[in-house]
Design a protein around this ligand. Structure first.
Ligand code: GCB
Length: 591
């Protein structure tokens, strides 16, 4: 699957805007065939956005089940003789799509794209009805998992279960004979770069493939013929953290001198490697500074927004962050495009969060239940997880910004069942992409000596809340405990990235003698953690939890959401932002 793009042989039309919308908690629409006609009793909803917060009512906010979207689109006249594709960048968590009366696609997984060839149902020049039903329910078989109890959605992760069409919807054209897949893997030897490419094509028997690589000023630097090949670039300008230098790979399907289809892909030439306790990018040790980051905004929920893409990146740069983790699901592809162009380093995570019923028992008072079992996350849940991983790697593997896969966030990791669930997933990640290291974010209940999944991982990724959930308010005890645990992990001989550390702070709450929830305590906790990190060589990364405050489900430990943001939900800095800027940029804040 290739993303839609405009070019000499392809065109796109974005279907974003206001769509007709109707909640269907009773689940009547599927039986009654709501896709067959204009959606009755509909209101308008913006796409892309979560639907939960845009209406001022609890019905939408607390909705569980189906929600229907509908729009009408005119297929451009000029697309006659072309293949027409309908694509959803994301539909959370699962969707069925109809064009006119015909079902064209079904997809499970709320954060990865899917498409359908709709040529037979979308005639150029004519208007067609597009209807989508989006189901926000989480079950033992979904990623993330959840259960519906008494009509209410229960889930085991700490962010609001936003749903809807969170990203753009596209209608696009391609030639019938078309490129449908490309993978690039880049290498560096001295000053020479290599770009190994692999393409796939549909309906292209008898056609040739040509690959041309150009520098950012348009100069051709290499070319090759064939569906697969290796391009060599002398005096290569590598992609590196802080400098997102990109070449452009132009692929063409050719019929003698004629170009039948053409597709362009930005390519950053860089390498990633784990060696001992070091994380190397282009052979040089890299230290991650930055955040765990959600897609979360007032009103929009998880809807992608270019304004906040640019603004959040500006704020991260202001602190001196060089990287972030797409917690706890794949983020919009526009975010990765931007990271590619700006040299921002990304840890890309699947939506496997909340696979830990031991934690749910403590945090949510859930009855004790095994996490991985036939009655909970079993074979079907594992298959969904594998599909989510496959779709993540297929989507993100060509982004130079992505340097590490995170298979899951804080799963149960100390049982035979957890090993049985995860061992094949680690193997799958390596098979899908041998060029990147793989890890998962470990939680505090499975410290060194107890955790078993790290044996499969290339990097130790730790979420640690000493001074917050443990040793609350006692930073001296927290410092000793964090030091002891990190020293133990360092004996593994792998790089350690602390993928979460932090404290809730209510913006504006100040104290001379810092107590939890104040801005000063958040600052002191981060300073404490930094002292420890600086004493342990194997620690090669610090990602504060979180970039900004974000929405969660209701709970006594949450005040209008999770307040561990270094920025508020509307992106105002807390005192911690100034501290990070001093540490990561070595500069005092301006003004
Ligand atoms: C964690 C989770 C994250 C939570 C955070 C917290 O360990 O990975 O999703 O939001 O803790 O604030 O409790």
């Amino acid at each position: 699957m290739l993303r839609p793009q405009d070019g000499p042989t392809r065109e796109t039309k974005r279907l974003d805007g206001l769509w007709a919308f109707r909640l269907d908690a009773a689940g009547e629409g599927r039986g009654a065939g709501w896709w067959r006609s204009r959606l009755a009793d509909a209101r308008e909803v913006p796409v892309p956005a979560s639907y939960d917060d845009v209406f001022a009512d609890a019905e939408a906010r607390d909705h569980v089940g189906d929600a229907w979207y509908q729009t009408t689109v005119r297929v451009p006249r000029g697309w006659a003789g072309q293949r027409v594709v309908l694509r959803f960048d994301a539909a959370t968590h699962r969707a069925v799509v109809w064009v006119g009366d015909v079902e064209v696609a079904r997809h499970e997984g709320g954060y990865t794209p899917f498409e359908a060839d709709v040529t037979a149902h979308a005639r150029p020049g004519e208007a067609v009805r597009v209807t989508v039903v989006v189901d926000n329910r989480l079950s033992w078989d979904s990623v993330p998992p959840g259960v519906v109890e008494d009509g209410k959605q229960v889930y085991f992760h700490d962010f609001y279960n936003y749903a809807g069409l969170h990203r753009s919807v596209w209608l696009s054209s391609t030639p019938h004979a078309h490129l449908d897949d490309v993978t690039v893997v880049t290498g560096l030897t001295g000053t020479t770069g290599t770009v190994e490419y692999r393409t796939g094509a549909g309906g292209a028997e008898g056609l040739g493939t040509r690959a041309v690589l150009r520098d950012d000023d348009g100069t051709e630097v290499a070319r090759a013929e064939g569906a697969t090949g290796v391009l060599t670039v002398a005096d290569v300008h590598p992609w590196r953290p802080g400098e997102g230098h990109l070449y452009e790979l132009e692929l063409a399907l050719t019929d003698g001198p004629d170009v039948v289809d053409s597709y362009r892909l930005p390519v950053g030439v860089r390498t990633v490697e784990v060696r001992g306790t070091q994380f190397l990018i282009n052979g040089e040790p890299f230290s991650f500074t930055g955040f765990g980051k959600h897609e979360d905004l007032p009103v929009r929920g998880k809807g992608h927004d270019d304004v906040f893409l640019v603004h959040d990146a500006a704020l991260m740069a202001w602190t001196g962050a060089n990287s972030f983790r797409t917690a706890h699901y794949p983020h919009a592809e526009e975010v990765l495009d931007h990271a590619d162009r700006h040299g921002i380093v990304v840890i890309s995570e699947t939506a496997a969060v909340g696979q830990n019923l031991g934690l749910a028992a403590v945090a949510l008072g859930r009855p004790a239940q095994p996490t991985f079992s036939a009655a909970t996350i079993g074979e079907a849940g594992q298959a969904t997880h594998a599909r989510a991983l496959r779709e993540l790697v297929e989507r993100d593997r060509n982004h130079p910004s992505v340097v590490l896969w995170s298979i899951a966030n804080e799963p149960e990791s100390d049982t035979d069942e957890a090993c049985a669930h995860f061992e094949p997933l680690f193997a799958l990640a390596r098979e899908l992409d041998p060029s990147r290291p793989v890890g998962f974010a470990n939680m505090m209940f499975s410290p060194h000596g107890r955790d078993r999944l790290h044996a499969y991982a290339d990097v130790v990724m730790l979420n640690r809340y000493y001074g917050w959930y443990r040793h609350t308010g006692d930073l001296a005890a927290a410092e000793a405990a964090l030091q002891a645990e990190l020293e133990a992990w360092a004996t593994e001989g792998k790089p350690i990235i602390v993928t979460e550390y932090g404290a809730d702070a209510v913006a504006g709450l100040h104290q001379v003698v810092p107590m939890p929830w104040s801005e000063e305590y958040q600052v002191e906790l981060l300073e404490m953690a930094h002292r420890v990190f600086d004493r342990i060589d194997a620690v090669v990364g610090e990602h504060v939890w979180a970039f900004a405050d974000f929405a969660t489900g209701p709970g006594t430990g949450r005040v209008d959401g999770n307040r561990k943001g270094v920025f508020t939900r509307d992106r105002r800095p807390k005192a911690a932002a100034q501290l990070l800027r001093r540490r990561w940029r070595g500069e005092d804040p301006p003004g």
